[in-house]
Design a binder for this molecule. Structure first.
Ligand code: HEM
Length: 286
């Protein structure tokens, strides 16, 4: 589907632009569903983490084991909060370990403004988390089936030979915040979105299922894939952290590449491209 071309000049020499349909309805709906789900999953996940703010490797957890790799806690003698990562301890008072809740210092791993519900409430956090976890899985399945049927995955996300050849140029363009508005994702976008959709999302879901006693009863082997229940919890946390990093870079790139055009495209589908851009090693936006 195409919208009429319109003459305007842009900052880097293109004189003609036109509106195209960049994102199909299901791509847009599923994108926003998982953005909402991930918001609730992150905040409720931090609430659940707060109930036992230590990460381990292997199957065992508790005071008697020396397999802990991360701990967020409070030192009650000094009144300070800390994060301990592989034995390296940093003072994080005010943010991690000890933070203000309703104006008073309180000992909690993540602060009240970063958890859902904001007060200490493990049961409430688990209810929110499991609801959005299944909703997330459901929307991802819709995205996968529709993307296979309508060709979105094959045409827009799987990198071809030309994408691999232009990867370096696209990467350098992104570092220099140089963006060109063309119909297709550039190679660096295909690679990044592909890693998020086919590596990060599945690992987050599988490591979550590996911690579920109900799912373990059906597929006992899933915990072993991760090398134990505690490792699955650590992997779950680590990939949530990676996803948060992706989100920050995703937002920076969108702001740098032209937020109005891009956000309009992921909301309404309409995206303005340069009909005759100057030729470059790379192209596009976020
Ligand atoms: C955790 C939250 C988010 C995740 C995991 C995420 C992930 C993704 C992924 C995987 C794609 C490619 C989708 C596809 O082609 O099927 C995408 C596209 C896009 N996202 Fe997000 N996104 C998130 C939040 C947001 C937010 C809050 C915004 C807007 C402010 C946004 C704006 C966009 C835009 C504009 C595109 C299309 C880029 C283009 O057409 O070049 N995303 N996102």
């Amino acid at each position: 589907m195409k919208w009429p071309a319109k003459k305007i000049s842009t900052s880097h020499g293109a004189t003609n632009t036109k509106l195209i349909l960049r994102h199909r309805f299901l791509t847009r709906v599923t994108h926003w569903s998982w953005a909402i789900c991930l918001f609730f999953l992150l905040l409720s996940g931090l609430q659940i983490f707060n109930a036992h703010p230590v990460l381990y490797i292997g199957d065992q957890s508790g005071f008697d084991f020396s397999n802990r790799i991360l701990e967020i806690g409070a030192n009650y003698k000094t009144g300070t909060g800390f994060i301990d990562l592989f034995g390296i301890r940093l003072d994080t008072t005010g943010f991690l370990g000890i933070s203000k809740t309703n104006g008073f210092d309180s000992a909690r791993a993540f602060p009240a403004w970063l958890t859902l519900p904001s007060g200490q409430d493990l049961a409430g956090g688990r209810r929110v988390h499991f609801f959005f976890a299944w909703f997330f899985v459901f929307t991802l399945l819709i995205w996968l089936v529709s993307g296979l049927v309508n060709g979105h995955i094959r045409k827009d996300l799987i990198p071809g030979g030309q994408d691999l050849r232009s990867l370096k140029a696209d990467f350098l363009n992104h570092i220099k915040l140089k963006f060109y508005h063309t119909a297709q994702y550039v190679s660096i976008q295909k690679l990044t979105y592909g890693i998020i959709l086919f590596v990060v999302f599945p690992i987050i879901i599988l490591s979550g299922l590996a911690m579920s006693p109900g799912f373990n009863a059906i597929f006992p082997g899933i915990t072993e894939i991760f090398g134990g229940r505690q490792t699955a919890r650590t992997v779950h946390f680590l990939f949530m952290f990676i996803l948060s990093g992706f989100f920050i870079i995703h937002m920076i790139m969108i702001l740098a590449a032209g937020p109005i055009n891009l956000v309009r495209s992921i909301v309404t589908g309409r995206y303005r491209i340069e009909a005759s851009p100057k030729s470059t090693g790379g192209s596009s936006d976020e």
